[in-house]
Design a binder for this molecule. Sequence first.
Ligand SMILES: [Zn+2]
Ligand SMILES: [Zn+2]
Length: 325
Amino acid sequence: MIFTAAGTALREAERPATEPGPGQVRLNVQACAVCRTDLHIVDGELPDPKLPLVLGHQIVGLVSGLGDGTSRFSLGERVGVPWLGWTDGSCRFCRAGRENLCDRARFTGYQLDGGFAEETVADERYCLRLPEGYSDLEVAPLLCAGLIGYRSLVMTANAERLGLYGFGASAHIIAQVARWQTRRVFAFTRPGDTEGQRFALSLGAEWAGSSTESPPEELDAAIIFAPVGELVPVALAAVAKGGVVVCAGIHMSEIPSFSYDLLWGERVLRSVANLTRHDGEEFMQLAPKVPVRTQIREFRLEEANEALQHLRAGELHGAAVLKIG
Ligand SMILES: [Zn+2]
Ligand SMILES: [Zn+2]
């Protein structure tokens, strides 16, 4: 069964092709984690999705078919399919090793059919080998929550006091990596989310509070995972001179205007966009060393819309994952 963004089963004629084309592998999907980006796509906040579309870009699958010219994987091997699904390899960004910014990139579960399905196909060059020692369900959230979070963390350079705004799937992974790197973690949740604050403390945050509160001391960097533009001036006000605020999401509500004082002092405000294959390979090697432990809430494929609703309501502590295989 294949579900569209609207939660309806696709008509037979609309079912995506699952014969692997040249360079593609076919996968029996075992698990697919749910991301805030899926919700932005459902809500029409990202332009021009492929329609009809199968969502899902944190796919764990077993190779069940090999297209012409494939050579990286063998039948039965477990692989991961992340958000970056294809690039042209020829634009000025690709040539400079910045394929995450490719002018013609195509993304899984957005311009390419994704993993909220029993089968999918993927270009083998963009698939990732997954660390052993994780179940299919546990490893799935590493594929976006983990590795986009990791790219955001890298953008904070060696910041010691790190603020995480929005303590969801990404932050719960990145808090563990940051603690392993001996950084100090300060977690900000929705006001009143004491359970989320306890969860952050249990993962090594030394302070957890509401996003409306000031941290007990200045921060050296902040990562904003929540898609809430109001948090930008809040986070800038919390970081010290020379600090960086990284916006990790693909979409954010309008950022209110703010006084230049908040940016003055060589504070930096930046976004993180997508991932490179190099990010993926690096993070998949790092995660078992920490070791990152993902907290997951399991849903069936048929419950994909419920999982998205829980995500919208901020009711998940950790990551929602669809168990499919
Ligand atoms: Zn390119
Ligand atoms: Zn994602």
